[in-house]
Design a binder for this molecule. Sequence first.
Ligand code: ADP
Ligand code: MG
Length: 639
Amino acid sequence: MTEDVIRLLPDSVANQIAAGEVIQRPASVIKELVENAVDAGATVIDIILRDAGRTLIQVVDNGSGMSDTDARMAFERHATSKITEAADLFTLHTMGFRGEALASIAAVAQVDLRTMKRDATVGTRIVISGSKVESQEPEACVPGTNMMVKNLFFNIPARRKFLKKDTVELSQVLREFERLALVNPDVELSITHNDTLLHKLMKAPLKRRIADLFGKSLESQLIPVATDTSIVRLSGFIGLPAHARKRSALQYLFVNGRNMRHPVFHKAITNCYEGIIAPDMQPNYFVSFDVDPDTIDVNIHPTKNEIKFENESAIYQILVAAVKESMGRFNASAGIDFDLADAPEIPVFNPDAGATHGVELATGYNPFAMPAPSAPPTPSVRPYTPQRISSGINVQNWEALYADFTSRRDEAVGSVPTEAEALRPDTQPALIESTLDLTSTDTGAEPATPGYIQLDNRYILSTARSGLMVVDQHRAHIRILFDRFMATGSAEGLHCQSVMFAEAIELTPVQSATLKAIEPTLRTMGFDPTYLGGTSWSLNGVPAVLPDGRAAETLRDILDDAASDTGIDGAETLRRATALAIARSSAIAGGTRLSSAEMERIMTDLLMLPEPDYTPDGLPVIVILPVADVTRPFRMFDR
Ligand code: ADP
Ligand code: MG
């Protein structure tokens, strides 16, 4: 005889399971609570946190408030005041609609809610722990809702353990806060963590809010996008190409007042920057889409971030056109930012300058040769190379970076061969001899030394014993600089160069807190930060090797790294991360034309290193294409 085994789960268990989807960390609680407050018509919302939200998340709003029955009902699953029938799903005007959030939160935390309707005389207080209502009583309240969520995941140790360090959780919270603040610029918002006020944002137009959140400098870095068609109204801002970022670019898409992820529209925008900014840079953007609610489906993802558009391809076209138009308009009216006036001189191939050996000639730079008096000065040509605009690499600095290499290399020549030996070009460049050759040549032209060929302004090609050696110039330079920084840094610290006019750097609250924590280590790397109060700092000194204007950006990279999931614990790891960040921003960019001498210098220095094949963070630097692969197209015709 069989026994039936299927049973309905008790609500508390079902809620806990459902909570797994909606509530992953303190940031998700904040999202849900703030969205509820916005839906309730609040104009002022205050967020208070303890221990990155681990022990307390409190959201206080001046919205509609709830009756005592509603306050009780709100914690039931699928309890919502926002939709009543399936059809309402297609005309959503609120952030919430599933009636899942409060039930989920109450299942995994201790909730203490005080709420009062605007016209009521007495409010209600309800205490719930792990889905169980412990008490509900009338209480004198101010109109609105005051929701405290304590000890998140107190009843699910596994989930609690899964939470990251406070710095990481707090940075997630702040990311969420930023998104919420951007979609609700007309709501006054504050966030306080462990008694420190991190943000206090007044009601403001979007551009002001962006600046309030991310720093005043943003205001001058954004250009408006706007277009109005029958299927979509676009508005917002895109970043000037010159202010594209290598990391943590500010990229936000909104639809009908809701934050969204949309990889296709992201592509649409970033494609417009192609060829204008370096390939490893990302533009900032803040773009809102207003569409008829019944042409989108917000229901496809439980955290409601991914959104399906009925008219996706048409909107794609409109978006691209709008972004290009804005860029064009800006370029025409205020072309100064696109001006190449202060772009560095780039060595270019000049066929008339006597490159008799078929090797391109360095016009501005030849580290080996004294300028030959008999050689007519080559006119310096500044080709339009858009990547230069944002790369900020100054060839002069770049040369300086190399200045110290010569001696080190000369010492190293003739030292014990390393495993790099196997990768060396089979025609070993005779360095010392070639230097002599160069200085004695009276044409100033390159002799026919083993030539390196540059491909696509990105790769250096050479022959190796087993095939064709392809070297990524940017990564190669990162590897070289990194090794050098680590070598120098371990001895006496990276040389710090004082800044003539220290400028204030606005950091995010997390970056500022991180900087406080790692300041001593940063000093050994050549940074000299001074705390100005709030989240402002100044850099009175920067590593001498850093190209002009890259210090603040590099510092932010380091701080973001230090606060990111991987975390940086030991001082040594931090030093590595710092060295890598500095190497990244100082390294010669992909897309930069190199002279033969420059290529030779890079290759020589690279192949001298103990581990030339990969960047410090594990990206390939050298690739060898076997002879058989290179010659395959020929052999297809073999008889
Ligand atoms: P949803 O937002 O999807 O409706 P929730 O579980 O987040 O579901 O909230 C349930 C209900 O509780 C809401 O529909 C709303 O009626 C009420 N509610 C929640 N938070 C607030 C608030 N801050 N002010 C007023 N009412 C609220
Ligand atoms: Mg909700």
